[in-house]
Design a protein around this ligand. Structure first.
Ligand SMILES: [Zn+2]
Ligand SMILES: [Zn+2]
Length: 156
C-alpha cells in the first residue's frame, strides 16, 4: 500500500467525535464526500440508513463546540413537524400549539453542517430550556435526561 492510499483510507474511517461529555459517531459518506453524524442508524447528510458505528474501531477526535448558527423554520415547516409529532412535545409528550411550541435542532446545526428537516424537533418551553445545547445520541436518551432534570427541579 502506498502512503497516498493509506492516507486516503484513514480519511474515510469512522470517527468518534467527543464534545465535552458526549460523543457522536461519524461515518464517511461516499455520496456526499464527507463525514456525517450517524444518529439512530441514519446518516444525517443524506438520511440513508447505515449500520451502527463500531466504537472500538474509530478515530477519536476531541471537538469543541463554537459559534452555533441558528436557522429559522417557516410556519409551513413548523406545522409539518408538529403534525408529525401529533402536536406533542418530542420529549415529554405534553400538548403543543403553534404558539407554545419551541423548535430546535436536535443536534445543534454547527455540528451537523447540514440542515435536514428531520433534525428539527418541536418541544415545550420547559424541555427546550432544560435541554439547551446539550447533545444526545437519540431522542429517547434526551427524554430520559429531561425527565430526571424535571424531577430534580420539582417541575411537573
Ligand atoms: Zn451523504
Ligand atoms: Zn416537553
Amino acid at each position: 500500500m502506498t502512503d497516498w492510499q493509506e492516507q486516503n483510507e484513514n480519511e474515510q474511517r469512522d470517527i468518534l467525535s467527543i464534545y465535552g461529555s458526549v460523543s457522536f459517531g461519524k461515518r464517511y459518506c461516499p455520496k456526499c464526500k464527507r463525514h456525517a453524524f450517524v444518529i439512530d442508524g441514519i446518516l444525517q447528510c443524506c438520511e440513508r440508513r447505515v449500520s451502527e458505528i463500531d466504537r472500538n474501531d474509530v478515530i477519536v477526535k476531541v471537538e469543541s463546540p463554537g459559534g452555533m448558527k441558528r436557522r429559522h423554520l417557516t410556519m409551513k415547516k413548523k406545522i409539518v413537524i408538529l403534525k408529525s409529532q401529533r402536536w406533542k412535545c418530542i420529549y415529554c409528550e405534553c400538548e403543543l400549539t403553534e404558539d407554545s411550541a419551541r423548535f430546535d435542532h436536535f443536534v445543534p446545526f454547527h455540528f451537523l453542517q447540514t440542515n435536514p428537516v428531520s433534525n428539527f424537533v418541536a418541544a415545550c418551553e420547559i424541555c427546550n430550556t432544560l435541554k439547551a445545547d446539550m447533545m444526545f445520541e437519540n431522542i429517547n436518551d434526551a427524554s430520559k435526561y429531561l425527565k430526571k432534570k424535571r424531577n430534580d427541579k420539582g417541575i411537573q
